[in-house]
Design a protein around this ligand. Structure first.
Ligand code: ASP
Length: 407
């Protein structure tokens, strides 16, 4: 990571062709690394979830685990949004922006933001129950052709796994062996991909540095970024305290276990792309049972985004402050609800958070043009919130593991 950042800086400052050299000769390796991770995401979920559930044998154990998992995820998300709201109301980053800077930013990022706004408008025009409808695919083959349909694949795998438990054991035996062995092969592929990780991460960061927007324009957004980082750190502290007090594990053990996944999350900005690494670390280093990690983590990667939830709250209020809008208590309570739903609905891919932010803005009556304001700085912040997203998933899987083991 450090070498990548350094190399990016050197190339962009000391060589006029530096940017071109990086995009021709370095960037492709980052793209290959991300592609390889994405490639394995759907096979991994299918194999590990079906294996995980069919290992359970006892259906009541599965429904118990599902209930605990979803409830805990929703609670952590609400906590995350509340932390975000409190901090943004204390620091008030939006009040520091001058009219001049605002106009400059709005015109500079209008085009990029317009593209996002278009996708966002499509998201907004759907009914309230659309997320539920979206979970059930009408065709499993076409669902499996797009990584954005992760929830659909999860839904299918769960139904498949449960049905395997429900039929007599002698009839499901062959399939069980098939999925056990498929799972092993996929884990081996992930192992091979991870050997390439240091080079992939180097390439990704070098590219990010040469492609970053003008720094002086970003200055006025530093306070907003600072607020978000304080929010994310507060949430991380909450996890550490939770791990220490409730799970009785040292912060050192926790961070040592999850750090490699956090680094991949930081450089890919995608919880879905990081999923293979998160699953590996949570099972092998944080000692969470396979049957728990293979269920809790894929579900978490899609529905539990605590970092994104903190971000939704802070970004929405920041934009309101910038436009001089005073949000009432009920509008802020509304943000808790919509930010929770929006973070559940966000896909586990880069920039998903800023797309679903429009739901929060629309509900609270905050101008959607504000997206243009925060667009410039979104990528680095996306990297940070993705780290928190996967850390939240890991914490919850340790918690679910503890509860399940007790029973
Ligand atoms: N990039 C984030 C993730 O994949 C989602 C977001 O944009 O907040 O976890």
């Amino acid at each position: 990571m450090l070498l990548g950042i350094l190399f990016g800086f050197i190339m962009s400052n000391f060589d006029s062709h530096g940017k071109q050299i990086i995009s021709d000769w370095i960037k492709p390796f980052g793209t290959i690394f991300i592609n390889a991770l994405k490639l394995i995401a759907i096979p991994l979920i299918l194999a590990s979830l079906i294996k995980g559930i069919s290992d359970l044998k006892d259906i009541s154990k599965f429904s118990k685990m599902g209930g605990i998992t979803v409830t805990t995820y929703i609670i952590t998300t609400v906590i995350a949004v509340s932390i975000g709201l409190s901090i943004v109301n204390i620091i008030k980053p939006g009040t520091s922006i001058s009219d001049e800077t605002r106009l400059e930013l709005l015109s500079a990022y209008e085009q990029d933001a317009n593209k996002k706004l278009k996708v966002a408008a499509e998201t907004k025009n759907t009914g309230p129950l659309q997320p539920l409808v979206d979970i059930v695919p009408s065709n499993i083959i076409s669902a499996a052709t797009d990584n954005k349909n992760m929830l659909q694949i999860i839904f299918f795998s769960i139904v498949f796994g449960i049905s395997m438990i429900l039929i007599p054991e002698n009839k499901s035996k062959a399939l069980k062996e098939f999925f056990d062995s498929l799972n092993e092969v996929i884990l081996k592929i992930i192992d091979l991909i991870m050997q390439f990780a240091p080079y992939g991460v180097f390439a990704l960061l070098a590219t990010l540095i040469v492609e970053a927007p003008k720094w002086d324009l970003l200055k006025s957004l530093l306070l907003y970024s600072f607020t978000l980082i304080v929010g994310l750190l507060t949430l991380l502290t909450f996890y550490v305290v939770f791990v220490k007090i409730v799970l009785k594990k040292s912060p050192n053990f926790f961070f040592k276990g999850i750090l490699p996944a956090q680094l991949v999350a930081f450089s890919t900005s995608s919880s879905a792309a990081t999923l293979p690494v998160t699953m590996d670390r949570v099972h092998n280093s944080l000692n969470v049972k396979k049957e728990v990690s293979s269920f809790v983590l894929p579900v978490g990667a899609t529905i539990n985004m605590d970092g994104t939830a903190v971000y939704q709250a802070i970004a929405a209020v920041f934009i309101a402050q910038t436009f001089g809008i005073d949000l009432s208590l009920s509008a802020q309570l509304g943000i808790i609800l919509t930010a929770t739903l929006a973070s559940i609905g966000a896909a586990a891919v880069p920039s998903a958070g800023i797309i679903v932010l429009v739901i929060v803005l629309a509900q609270a009556g905050i101008p959607e043009a504000g997206l243009a304001l925060i667009f410039a700085i979104d990528r680095p912040l996306d990297m940070c919130r993705t780290v928190v997203n996967i850390t939240g998933d890991a914490t919850v899987s340790m918690f679910v593991d503890k509860i399940i083991s007790k029973k």
